[in-house]
Design a protein around this ligand. Sequence first.
Ligand code: NAP
Length: 254
Amino acid sequence: MAGVQDRIAVVTGGAQGIGAAIAARLASGGAKVAVVDLNEASTQPVVAEITAAGGIAIGVGADVSKADQVHAAFERVASEFGGLHILINNAGVLRDNLLFKMSEDDWDTVMNVHLKGAFLCSKTAQQYMVEAKYGRIVNMSSTSALGNRGQANYSTAKAGLQGLTKTLAIELGPFGVTANAIAPGFIETAMTKATAERVGTTIEDMRAAVAAAVPVRRGGVPDDIANTAAFFAGEESGYVTGQVIYVDGGRGLI
Ligand code: NAP
């Protein structure tokens, strides 16, 4: 199976959590991985872990919501590795609040990182992918795309990413480039720990509540998402495009 062997991948927000698990998973499949995050130094533990396991990775600092930083980062990846085949648009932030308390800055920050970031990274990456007549774009949506209290900004951005995914699939399909999205439910990371603190509970209680509520009776972990990302990123998935997979332990079923 070719999978992601010898492909060149960018994982945004790859310094921790879901992005770090995806970076490690793609590297273990033989991809050369650029771990992109706000601060290059923060990517070093993930890069070191991949390298220690025999994989190939570099860390690159860039804010995905800034066009000049995205261009410079992707140019560096393409010149160091010799191209770009896989883009995982994973970088994300939360600025949760009920609508009547949500500030304009809360709205703009979330739109800029999730939506504008995915737009800028996809637009930049597609140049290399179209030239290579090969590409895989994976956008990180969320079950919050279906609506979630306190997340008017985030749910809008995550629903928007599903629209972006389908449009990228239509426009880039003729060039051998697929675009798909993953919509995780509760996945235990720094992001969900911060949410637990904000709502006055603990991550342990949150995990237990999720386990009680979903058919598979456990909370999600970053490797659950890395597995789905590896599927979309693989060469064999070339006839799968414009799709959204909900990775939520079956929560949406009940
Ligand atoms: P996380 O642990 O907070 O990791 C997100 C990473 O993105 C952080 O390293 C963060 O850097 C980085 N980042 C933030 N803004 C950035 C920017 N402008 N440019 C580049 N990097 C930036 O979050 P996670 O839980 O792994 O989530 C990863 C993705 O999955 C996000 O898109 C999130 O919305 C989505 N998701 C998560 C869950 C869940 O339950 N965890 C569920 C559904 C969807 P800093 O730490 O320096 O800010």
